[in-house]
Design a protein around this ligand. Structure first.
Ligand SMILES: [Zn+2]
Ligand SMILES: [Zn+2]
Length: 276
């Protein structure tokens, strides 16, 4: 039991994820969404492969590698003040994610790693961890967290994972209650100020959006949004709903390519095809 509770980050994220998927389903949110069952499978297999395979493998590989190279430094940061240690875990993770995400959108050779996240025409909680496996294998933040774990910042890694994972789950929720808040005199102003620092559902809906109110080449932040503000990729849409969701480049790939590209990728995609 204690072992299970030490993974409270994963438990919290999984509980919130499945509860929201259930509530969205019961509320009838998916009734008018033409989501084929294969999309659901891709959502859930993506989540399972990162949680049960890729992330544990990265933590193991990082610990073996660092164990060989920096044997004397295992747990070297354990005595660091908690919140300083937390910033050391969280900020590089979030900062590198901004660039990783941006590069994936700006470079055709990286796009197969991330296009799976955008390849569903729906916006809902179940897509929060929908990604090609390469996206997770090369994600700098996971490797960074694994290294910090080796150096002894164990609780900070758990807390950072909980914050990033929970936030990522919540911003993908399919409800749009928040859109009304933007027009309220005081709370609207507060949200608009808040959005300069933290990523909100509205900003991320924009990132998934195409056409009117879509920002497919901007709003790349993970948890913090200040990176977009600093590097000029922020586009505030004031709670407006994008015209539609999906991918700009290429038609639909087979499910196995979406999950495990580059497997099957060359045969099925011409990156120059615009199929909006
Ligand atoms: Zn993206
Ligand atoms: Zn997303």
């Amino acid at each position: 039991m204690n072992d299970l509770l030490s993974h409270w980050d994963a438990l919290l994220i999984a509980t919130t994820f499945f509860a929201l998927v259930l509530v969205e389903g019961l509320s009838g949110l998916f009734q008018n969404q033409k989501k084929h069952s294969r999309h659901w499978w891709i959502d859930f297999i993506s989540l399972a492969q990162v949680a049960l395979l890729i992330k544990p493998a990265i933590f193991l590989l990082a610990s073996l590698g660092l164990g060989l190279l920096l044997t004397d430094y295992q747990n070297a940061l354990t005595d660091m003040p908690f919140w300083l240690g937390f910033l050391l875990v969280f900020l590089p993770d979030d900062f590198t994610h901004y660039w990783y995400h941006r590069l994936a959108h700006e470079n055709d050779w990286m796009w197969p790693w991330h296009r799976t996240h955008h390849s569903t025409p729906t916006y809902q909680t179940s897509i929060a961890f929908r990604e090609n496996w390469a996206w997770f294998w090369f994600m700098p933040g996971i490797w960074w967290s694994a290294a910090m774990f080796y150096f002894g910042l164990v609780e900070q890694v758990v807390l950072s994972t909980a914050i990033i994972g929970l936030h990522n789950t919540l911003i993908h929720n399919g409800f749009t209650f928040d859109t009304k808040l933007y027009n309220r005199p005081i709370i609207g102003k507060l949200i608009k100020a808040f959005e300069h620092i933290i990523q909100t559902p509205s900003l991320h809906r924009g990132h998934h959006g195409l056409g009117r109110n879509g920002v497919p080449m901007g709003n790349y932040g993970q948890t913090l949004f200040i990176w977009d503000v600093i590097f000029g990729t922020a586009k505030f849409i004031g709670g407006k709903i994008p015209e539609k969701y999906g991918v700009i480049k290429g038609g639909e790939e087979p499910w196995y390519t979406q999950l495990w590209a580059p497997y099957g990728y060359r045969k099925t995609i011409n990156p120059q095809t615009i199929a909006e």
